[in-house]
Design a protein around this ligand. Structure first.
Ligand SMILES: *Cc1c(COP(=O)(O)O)cnc(C)c1O
Length: 875
């Protein structure tokens, strides 16, 4: 048939398919680009038609305006049509959800605008791979970012509700353990605010970090079903799904070019489906994105089994697949080595890279340009499989040569190290990887082989060096050292505070520094977002600072805070400043009363340690210090007691469910709290409270209320710490060791404004050696405290034996006996300083004023410039 007498396709028949395509153009981020000069005339017509349809779509696009009438309509609309509720059966939770859906609509506008912009300019993008994103609540943050808090507050009031009640209905998104996950959340906030083209990639755990319950002083864990009935903040992407394989075997195949390639086959395949959460930037027109992968069952239902009456078997596959992203592993700074965890890591990394490559391919660039368009940041070693997986995709699937692929991978990937603690460094047994990911094991062996050949060439005959840098540890069984693989596959490795980065170079990877040179290893000191941790969490201080500085410019240019220094001596300003602190203490006091039925006085010094419970963080030393204080108070005369500064010592934090010593520390804290509580002699002078279920939304209430917070890790163990930054930003003084970011905080706020004490990191190895081989000297004060515990002052002493043993027989690895005396002396200095109200107020102001450097905006700009080579989106 010639083209002339071929029947023409009736136009109306082609319309639906065009319309469908246009749907994608309007609402999807990915638009297939066309080069105009190559389009034949039939395509021209087609394009004109597309253009017309696009106009139709645009004309019908609902662009909700941020005015009160529209907001109220939108909330009522969502109550009726999204939730199916009615004026007569709404409660606070329902109105929270309707409000959240309404805010989400506004965010989606910004989201779409950013995607359109990204598509037009196709800039280099960064993908931040983090197993954890500890986001906390979204509504309040989004309202501030949109500059719509007042409007929405007024709107819900018109509809008969109080905004504060609604905010409190939101369940924290607890997809993380502690500092590492919260850092990722702060970085997404800063990237969105600075309009850097950054996407986060993580896992959509059905259960986040467990809910902590305290019963009889012991920690109990309860599951955290954070998704509830619906999650108004996420957007399911049914069209974005990828297959992820496990197990199976490696086959050799001949491709179209007649080359033989390896191919991974068989095993089992599960589906990854994307869910997007918009990440609002502070007063921007656009929005960032967090893409979380959910594990979809491949074969939902086996009808054959069902028809054979095997009901349970029919669901088997379904359950298997669902289990993958069911739960976040609750270990902080500790690796468990469980197969399911490795499966999670691979599932997430594989789906993310397939997605990244699909997006890259849309622009028809050459593979050579991949590192010019894509930066991949590994947040710790959890996503290290990205290195062999990208190699597999480039070599086996895309058909590139090994050397070209390796050049691409190692120019694309960069790695952030988060710890030097040996128990936290990920190692996976070779047989496990072999079984689960047979092709990746081959690739890892090859990466190691080529790397060691290079080292051998550079340092001929240095077998010791080869052993030290080998990615494979020659143990029984062999292990893959994930941190080494990450170093070899990355162009840049960074630590998270100056001291930590130094330890990364000298303790962790000295052999790699020898091979690559020191320049590959850099420092980027962590930061926290001032939006959540100051502007939102501390309205009193926000308003005072804004009034003092004349505008809100400091919120995204935190260095502006340094102008507060000129007011630090101003008596009037000091008074206003401390009045805000007082209000924040009252807020926490009320919280303790209403939620725990505990009464404290805001006159007392609020002394706070909130963070994951860990031996290296030394909550144990804190509670031993409290026991010492209690002993002293009891031994004083009434007159002496009256001179003392009253203290409320607050603890909060979760222990990993399998970490017995950490759980015992929680029990000891609660036992001490109980005994002190029942002793009338110290009633107004000392109070100990363990606040259960520490999480982001609680941190927002606790942190602004601190006079003093404790960051007392054994020197060299806390990589950075970030809660130290949150506290100081809020005008809280800190007592701390010369560790992590404490050191840089001192440098920025002045050493007279921070209480540092204790052993220095470079003394720790020698001290541990001495203690191990020559026994330890237990300070007299410490001995008396331990005697009290052993004598049963805090209840049945037998349960605390493991804790006593740590110090007495266990070589005291975290050097509590070494630092205890200096700790007590420094606490004494704190008491004396607190008595001088003006001096304390000045220090508090100087704390906030010096914290500009610790904004995550500064951190993210450093990553963008020094590692990712990306620029803010132009508008
Ligand atoms: C900031 C934060 C942390 C980290 O605290 P560190 O003291 O730095 O360990 C942990 N948990 C929550 C909820 C946080 O907000």
């Amino acid at each position: 048939m010639t083209s002339k007498n071929r029947p023409k396709t009736p136009r109306r028949l082609s319309l639906p398919s065009v319309t469908k395509r246009m749907t994608e153009v309007v609402i999807r981020e990915d638009i297939t680009p066309t080069t105009p000069d190559q389009i034949p005339s039939r395509k021209d017509k087609h394009k004109r038609l597309q253009e017309q349809v696009l106009q139709q779509w645009k004309a019908r696009m609902v662009q909700p305006e941020l005015d009160q009438d529209q907001i109220e309509r939108s909330i009522v609309y969502h109550t009726h049509y999204t939730l199916g509720r009615h004026r007569y059966n709404v409660d606070k939770l329902a109105v929270y959800r309707a409000t959240a859906h309404s805010v989400h609509d506004y965010l989606l506008q910004s989201w779409n605008s950013t995607q359109e912009q990204l598509h037009k300019s196709n800039p280099k993008r960064c993908y931040y791979l983090s197993m954890e994103f500890l986001l906390g609540r979204a509504l309040d943050n989004a309202l501030y970012c949109l500059a719509a808090k007042n409007l929405f507050t007024q709107s819900v009031r018109t509809l008969g509700f109080c905004m504060e009640d609604l905010l409190d209905k939101e369940h924290d998104a607890g997809l993380g353990n502690g500092g590492l996950g919260r850092l990722a959340a702060c970085y997404l906030d800063s990237a969105a605010t600075k309009e850097y083209p950054v996407w986060g990639y993580g896992l959509r755990f059905q259960y986040g970090i467990f809910k902590q319950i305290i019963k009889d002083g012991f920690q109990l864990e309860k599951e955290d079903a954070w998704l509830g009935m619906d999650n108004p903040w996420e957007f399911p992407r049914e069209d974005t799904q990828y297959d992820v394989r496990f197990y199976g075997y490696v086959a050799t195949k001949v491709n179209d070019q007649g080359e033989s390639r390896l191919s991974w086959e068989g095993g089992e395949v599960v589906k990854a489906m994307a869910y997007d959460m918009p990440i609002p930037g502070y007063r921007t027109h656009g929005s960032g994105n967090l893409r979380l992968w959910d594990c979809q069952p491949q074969s939902t239902f086996d009808f054959a089994s069902f028809n054979h009456g095997d009901y349970a078997d029919a669901f088997r596959d379904h359950n298997k697949a669902n289990n993958l992203t069911a739960v976040l592993y609750p270990n902080d700074n500790h690796q468990g080595g469980k197969e399911l965890r490795l499966k999670q890591e691979y599932f997430w990394v594989s789906a993310s890279l397939q997605d990244i490559i699909r997006r890259f391919k849309r622009y028809k660039c050459s593979w050579h340009d991949f590192p010019e368009k894509v930066a991949v940041q590994l947040n710790d070693t959890h996503p290290t499989l990205a290195i062999p997986e990208l190699m597999r995709l480039l070599v086996d699937v895309e058909g590139l040569d090994w050397d070209i692929a390796w050049d691409i991978v190692s120019r694309t990937v960069a790695f952030t190290n988060h710890t030097v603690l040996p128990e936290a460094l990920e190692c996976w047994a070779v047989p496990l990887i072999q079984h689960l990911l047979p092709r990746h094991m081959q690739i890892i062996y090859d990466i190691n082989l080529f790397f060691l050949q290079k080292v051998e060439k550079q340092f001929p005959g240095d077998r010791e060096l080869l052993r030290r840098v080998s990615i494979i540890e020659e143990s029984q069984p062999q292990q893959v050292r994930m941190a080494y693989l990450a170093v070899v596959g990355s162009h840049t490795v960074n630590g998270v505070a100056a001291l930590h980065s130094e330890l990364v170079r000298t303790q962790l990877f000295p052999a790699f520094v020898k091979v690559y040179g020191a320049d590959k290893f850099i420092n980027i000191t962590n930061g926290v977002t001032p939006r959540r941790w100051l502007y939102q969490a501390n309205p009193g201080l926000r308003n005072l600072i804004t009034r003092a500085l004349g505008n809100e410019g400091w919120v995204d240019h935190l260095d502006e805070l340094s102008k507060l220094k000129t007011l630090a001596d101003d008596a009037q300003f000091q008074q206003e400043w401390m009045q805000v602190k007082r209000q924040n203490k009252d807020r926490l006091k009320d919280w303790l009363r209403t939620h725990m039925d505990i009464y404290v006085s805001s006159d007392a010094l609020f002394d706070i340690q909130v963070k994951r419970i860990h031996e290296y963080k030394r909550q144990y030393m804190n509670i031993l210090g409290v026991i010492h204080r209690y002993r002293q108070l009891r031994e004083m005369t009434d007159e002496e007691r009256h001179q003392q500064v009253p203290r409320v010592v607050l603890f909060g934090g979760k222990a990993a469910p399998g970490y017995d010593i950490a759980k015992l520390i929680i029990k000891l804290i609660n036992s001490v709290a109980k005994v002190i509580d029942e002793d009338p002699l110290v009633a107004d002078l000392l109070k100990v409270v363990f606040i259960p279920d520490y999480k982001v939304s609680l941190a927002e209430i606790i942190i602004p209320a601190s006079d003093l917070s404790q960051h007392i890790s054994t020197a060299g163990t806390e990589a950075s710490g970030t809660s130290n930054m949150k506290f100081v930003m809020n005008g809280g003084l800190i007592i701390g060791t010369v560790d992590g970011a404490n050191i840089e905080i001192r440098d920025h706020i002045g050493e007279e404004n921070i209480f540092l004490f204790g052993t220095l990191a470079d003394q720790v190895p020698e001290l541990r050696h001495q203690q191990k081989y020559h026994g330890l000297l237990i300070d007299e004060d410490l001995q008396l405290v331990l005697d009290d515990i052993e004598a049963g002052v805090f209840g049945d002493p037998s349960i605390f034996n493991p804790l006593i043993d740590i110090i007495t027989y266990g070589a005291d690895y975290y050097l509590i006996s070494e630092d205890f005396h200096a700790y007590l002396e420094t606490q004494k200095t704190v008491d004396d300083t607190f008595k001088d109200k003006a001096a304390w107020a000045k220090k508090s102001i100087m704390c906030t004023a010096g914290m500009g450097f610790f904004s995550s905006d500064r951190s993210i700009s450093e990553y963008a410039e020094r590692i990712w080579n990306i620029k803010p989106l132009q508008r």
